[in-house]
Design a protein. Structure first.
Length: 419
């Protein structure tokens, strides 16, 4: 399979505390030679101070001072590296249960998720929680790394047992592509290089799988959605009539001459030109940032969405969503929040909490409907004006939103549209 050398893959890591997420990422960076010399010197010095014999790989990602002192990951740590085959952005998300909300943040734009399981402990509550969130966020590819295989004598039987445990509960989830890899992040087995200790494993290394994942089809190319971020008016002499609508295509393809509708107004026109910087294009597609001009002079502004006439999202003022509550303070039904959907900002309220999800059993809980931090629930949202929505399963960009507290301006929840 041919891989685009410039293609960017975003992936998130998750697992329980001390499963070795930071060490795994450190190993990926170290073995793929993606670490700067000064960074290596700094981490080597810190490792020596702590009394480690070699380099503590986890320190390459544990950037916050509190994290280095406690040896845990608190915030989402983003790291970038590249190989000859692909570019990567890693979101290293926390393992502690009180930081589960950070996984939602790190995984929201991911093409793939890497979930770590301690080979000694097998599938635990946090494994189920992270797999459920990966399924809820519709992450297309899931790599389950059974780590610390060196501590179970590289046992194929133990690996197979954990695979069976995971498959038993994940059969209830909507995950398209799951792969299992036995690794030792500390020693580097099956991370970048193949393991000599597990010749019974015939699959690829983690890096090999990440480099060869087919992600082009993950983007929705059917439903053309272009949220307008700003209007460009050129002041140059001879260009005073230019009125471009700028933003990023979140899905689909746009071509010159396409018949379009502007939502929510419903005005129609045709695409006159497509510009990417100073370059004029015949067509553009997700996730390109462009400016469109239209043949007709119609009212278009920030928050509007330009779509194809024959393929439009639903305009809804009231809709059901799966909501992940992110804030320390519990949700207040009927209280006004700001909903930010693509480039559109409206006022909204949680009209009703229908049920919460028990992460351990995936059962619906209808008796306790108070939303506390890390809770995931099905709720009904009502906005002051209609939003242009697709179901999240069909379009992650137009099917997702965040809720913001009107007073503090803090993000309090992330939502995924059901209907």
């Amino acid at each position: 399979m041919e891989i685009n050398n410039n293609q960017l893959l975003r992936f998130t890591t998750a697992g329980s505390v001390d499963d070795g997420k930071s060490t795994l990422i450190g190993r990926l960076l170290y073995d793929s030679k993606s670490i700067f010399e000064d960074q290596l010197e700094s981490v080597s010095a810190t490792s020596a101070k702590k009394g480690h014999k070699g380099v503590d790989l986890a320190l390459f990602t544990d950037g916050l001072r509190d994290e280095r002192e406690q040896g845990i990951t608190i915030d989402v740590a983003y790291r970038y590296f590249t190989t000859p085959k692909r570019k990567f952005i890693i979101a290293d998300t926390p393992g502690h249960i009180q930081y589960t909300r950070n996984m939602v943040t790190g995984a929201s734009t991911a093409n793939a998720a890497v979930i770590l399981i301690d080979a000694r402990h097998g599938v635990i509550e946090q494994t189920k929680r992270h797999a459920f969130i990966a399924s809820l966020l519709n992450i297309p590819h899931l790599m389950v790394c059974i780590n610390k295989m060196d501590l179970v004598n590289y046992s194929e039987a133990q690996f197979s047992k954990i695979v069976s445990q995971f498959e038993e509960f994940s059969s209830k989830l909507l995950i398209k592509d799951v792969r299992f890899i036995p690794i030792s992040a500390l020693d580097g087995d099956n991370v970048v290089n193949r393991s000599e200790n597990m010749d019974w494993y015939q699959g690829g290394t983690l890096l090999n799988i990440l480099e060869t994942l087919h992600i082009s089809s993950d983007i929705n190319k059917i439903d053309a959605r272009f949220p307008v971020q700003t209007v460009i008016r050129l002041q140059d002499k001879g260009s005073s009539d230019y009125r471009g609508y700028a933003g990023r295509i979140v899905s689909g393809i746009y071509r010159r001459g396409d018949e379009i509708a502007v939502l929510p107004s419903g005005f129609t026109s045709k695409i006159q030109s497509i510009n990417a910087g100073e370059k004029e294009l015949q067509e553009a597609y997700a996730p390109m940032s462009i400016a469109l001009t239209l043949e007709d002079d119609i009212d278009v502004g920030r928050g509007d969405m330009i779509v194809k006439i024959n393929n439009q999202p639903e305009l809804k003022q009231e809709f059901d969503v799966m909501l992940c509550w992110l804030h320390n303070d519990c949700a207040k039904p009927k209280m006004k929040y700001i909903v930010l959907h693509t480039s559109n900002e409206q006022r909204a309220m949680i009209k009703e909490v229908i049920y919460k999800i028990d992460i351990n059993t995936y059962d619906r809980v209808e008796t306790d409907i108070t939303l506390n931090m890390n809770d995931i629930a099905r709720v009904k949202i009502r906005c002051t004006r209609p939003l242009m929505l697709d179901a999240y399963r069909e379009n992650r960009s137009t099917g997702s939103f965040i809720l913001i507290d009107e007073v503090s301006r803090e993000t309090v929840a992330a939502g995924m549209v059901i209907s």
